[in-house]
Design a protein around this ligand. Sequence first.
Ligand code: 4NP
Length: 157
Amino acid sequence: MPQSILFVCLGNICRSPMAEGAMREVSRRRGVEIVVDSAGTGGWHVGDPPDRRARAAALASGVDISGQKARQITAQDFDRFDQVVAMDRSVFGDLDALRPDAASGALSLFLDHVAGREGQDVADPYYGEEAGFAASWAEIMSGAEALLERLERGSAL
Ligand code: 4NP
């Protein structure tokens, strides 16, 4: 069974859809089979495609995330995925409260997988300038690479 990873942010239209697309891209490049998805803690954008600026930032690297649709996380996701990865500490706190005690899936913070960035947030680019999305995409791509390296080494996330 391939490893499965769910990335989670607030709205599921900016950071976690970029993480889903980035992880799919880096695993494809390295020929690693994994299952990837994303969700939001909030339900405001359910059914929406990623934000236009997020789609543009990914597409600038040749990654098309336009087919993804926002959804809200459920408690069952903690059993359906091996890894649930929060994009910031506030989301991590909400997920920690939602995660059933007996759930099989592990919960972690995205930047805890990047050496030197432990404990930090992937800043929400939603209310900022267009350029913020390019910076988020670059940060998320390097995080996805670090995450995949850990998975390939078989180290616990
Ligand atoms: P995301 O950004 O959590 O990275 O998808 C946000 C998108 C929308 C909202 C908040 C954050 N919102 O409140 O609508």
